[in-house]
Design a protein around this ligand. Structure first.
Ligand code: HEC
Ligand code: HEC
Length: 397
C-alpha cells in the first residue's frame, strides 16, 4: 500500500463525506441499483488481489494448505446454492475429499467460498489458483447452516462472528513472526481496522451491515455521515482495493494503484446495504411477558431510551457521545481515540438478539451482561429481575 499526499481522488471522502440523508434511503428502494450492489457486496474485490496475492501470497497458502475442513474451522462459509447437486451429493456421501486443498480450489471455481474470489485456471487437467482477493461478504455475511455446519444459504449483512480473520491473515508467508503474533491474538469475530494505519492493536467485533437505513452516522464511532464513507475506507485501506481514501481528521491519505476501481461502485454498494433489514427475533426466542416488563425498564428506571431513541433505538443522527458513555471504556488503547470522530455512536438495537457479544470490544457476552454493566456503571439500582426482563426486551427487538 502506498501512502501519499496525492489526495485528488480522496477529496470525496473529506470530512466524512456528504449525503447521509433520506435520499440514500430512497436509493435503497431502487431495485436495479440494489441488485448491482448485492453483486458488488458478494463478489467484488476492487482489485485487492494486489494485496492478497501479490503482497501476502495467500493464493499459495490456500492452494497448498487450506483444505475445506481447515477453511471451515477458521470460520469461512460455503454457499450451498452455488454447489451443483453432484457436489452436494459428494459431500453428503463422503466422496468429495474435504481434506484436500484441491477441493477448496474446486469450491473457489464455483464462487462458493463466501468472501473469497479466486481465479482458477485448469492446466493439463489440474486446477491452479492464479489470483485471490477478498470481498465485503467475507466479514459481513454468514450462512444458515442448512446443508451442514458452515454450509448453507447466504445471510448477507449478518456479521461472521465465527471468522478468525487474524488467523487467516497470519497464514501469509510474507509476514514476520512478530506480525503473525499480532494477527493470531485477535480471535474469532474480531478485526482491527486501524492496526495497519496506527500500529496499535485492539480489535473490535465485526458489526452487522443490516438495519442501517435511517442511521445517518456509520461505524462504532460515527466516523462517516453515510455508509459510503466507511465502505471507501475499508475497500482501500483494509481490503487493499485500487483507489483512494483521505480524511484530514485522522489524518490519512492512501492511494493504491493508478486506477480507481472503488468510487463508481459506492452508490450501488451503499444502496444494497441500506436495503437489508435487521432480522426479526425468531418465534419463541424470548419470553413475551418478561419483554413487556423489560420495555418499561428500558423506558423508565434504566434510562436507556435517553440515548437509544426512536424506532431505530439510536440518537446517532443527532449526536455522538463522549468516551464515558461507552460501557467498554476506559480501555487501552481507546478505540474512539484512534477514530476520526473521537466519539462513540449509540448502537442501533434492531436485530441485537443476533450478534452477541456486545459493545465494540465484545466485552459483554450476553444481553444480561449488558444490563448488568449499565446497572453498575450508571448506578441505576436495577434488581436482578429488572435486568433479566430488560434482556428479554432486547431479545425481542
Ligand atoms: C476483514 C473484515 C471486514 C471486511 C472485509 C469488511 N468489513 Fe466492514 N467492518 C469490519 C469491522 C471490524 C467494522 C467495525 C469498524 C467500526 O465500526 O469502527 C466494520 C464496519 C462496517 C460498517 C459499519 C456498520 C455500522 O454499524 O455503521 C459497514 C456498513 C461495513 N463495515 C460495510 C463493509 C463493506 C461494504 C465492505 C466491503 C467494501 C466491508 N465492510 C468489508 C470488518 C470488515
Ligand atoms: C448515554 C447514552 C446511552 C445510554 C443511557 C444507554 N446506552 Fe446503550 N449504548 C450507547 C453507546 C454509545 C453504545 C456503543 C458502545 C460501544 O460499542 O462501546 C451503546 C451500546 C449498547 C448495546 C450494544 C449493542 C451492540 O451492537 O453491541 C446495547 C445492547 C445497549 N447499548 C443497550 C442499552 C441499554 C439496555 C441501556 C439502558 C440500561 C442503554 N443501552 C443505555 C449509549 C447509551
Amino acid at each position: 500500500m502506498t501512502r501519499t499526499g496525492w489526495a485528488v481522488m480522496g477529496a470525496f471522502a473529506l470530512l466524512g463525506g456528504c449525503g447521509g440523508n433520506d435520499d440514500d434511503d430512497t436509493a435503497a428502494r431502487d431495485e436495479r441499483l440494489v441488485a448491482e450492489g448485492k453483486r458488488i457486496f458478494r463478489f467484488e474485490t476492487f482489485g485487492d488481489e494486489a494485496k492478497w496475492t501479490d503482497t501476502l501470497r495467500m493464493h499459495e497458502v490456500v492452494a497448498t494448505a487450506v483444505d475445506p475442513t481447515t477453511a471451515l474451522s477458521v470460520g469461512l462459509k460455503v454457499d450451498a446454492d452455488a454447489l451443483p447437486q453432484s457436489v452436494k451429493d459428494g459431500i453428503a456421501g463422503g466422496t468429495v475429499d474435504l481434506k484436500s486443498p484441491a477441493t477448496t480450489l474446486a469450491l473457489l471455481k464455483l464462487d462458493a467460498v463466501i468472501g473469497l474470489k479466486g481465479s482458477v485456471e485448469t492446466e493439463n487437467g489440474v486446477d491452479k489458483l492464479r489470483r485471490l482477493g477478498i470481498t465485503c461478504a467475507l466479514c459481513h455475511s454468514t450462512v444458515d447452516n442448512s446443508f451442514a455446519p458452515g454450509i448453507g444459504k447466504r445471510l448477507d449483512g449478518w456479521p461472521n462472528r465465527d471468522l478468525n480473520a487474524g488467523a487467516i491473515i497470519a497464514l501469509s508467508p510474507a509476514l514476520s513472526a512478530a506480525q503473525k503474533a499480532v494477527f493470531n491474538s485477535w480471535g474469532r469475530g474480531k478485526y482491527d481496522p486501524r492496526h495497519n494505519i496506527d500500529g496499535l492493536n485492539k480489535p473490535v467485533v465485526i458489526p452487522p451491515a443490516y438495519g442501517l437505513a435511517g442511521v445517518h452516522k456509520s461505524t462504532f464511532t460515527g466516523d462517516g455521515n453515510d455508509l459510503a464513507y466507511w465502505n471507501r475506507y475499508v475497500a482501500v485501506t483494509q481490503m487493499g482495493g485500487l483507489g483512494s481514501f483521505a480524511d484530514t481528521r485522522l489524518p490519512l491519505s492512501v492511494t493504491n494503484g493508478t486506477v480507481d476501481l472503488v468510487s463508481d461502485k459506492l452508490p450501488a454498494l451503499q444502496a444494497y446495504q441500506l436495503s437489508i433489514a435487521a432480522p426479526a427475533a425468531p418465534a419463541g426466542s424470548f419470553d413475551t411477558a418478561a419483554a413487556l416488563r423489560g420495555k418499561l425498564v428500558f423506558e423508565g428506571k434504566g434510562q436507556c431510551v435517553s440515548c437509544h431513541t426512536g424506532a431505530l433505538f439510536t440518537d446517532a443522527s443527532a449526536r455522538l457521545h463522549t468516551l464515558g458513555d461507552s460501557m467498554a471504556e476506559p480501555e487501552t488503547p481507546s478505540y474512539a481515540a484512534r477514530s476520526a470522530s473521537k466519539m462513540y455512536r449509540t448502537s442501533p438495537l434492531k436485530g441485537v438478539w443476533q450478534h452477541a457479544p456486545y459493545f465494540h470490544d465484545g466485552s459483554a457476552a450476553t444481553l444480561e451482561d449488558v444490563g448488568a454493566d449499565y446497572n453498575s456503571k450508571r448506578a441505576l439500582g436495577l434488581t436482578a429481575q429488572e435486568i433479566a426482563d430488560l434482556a428479554q426486551y432486547l431479545k425481542s427487538l
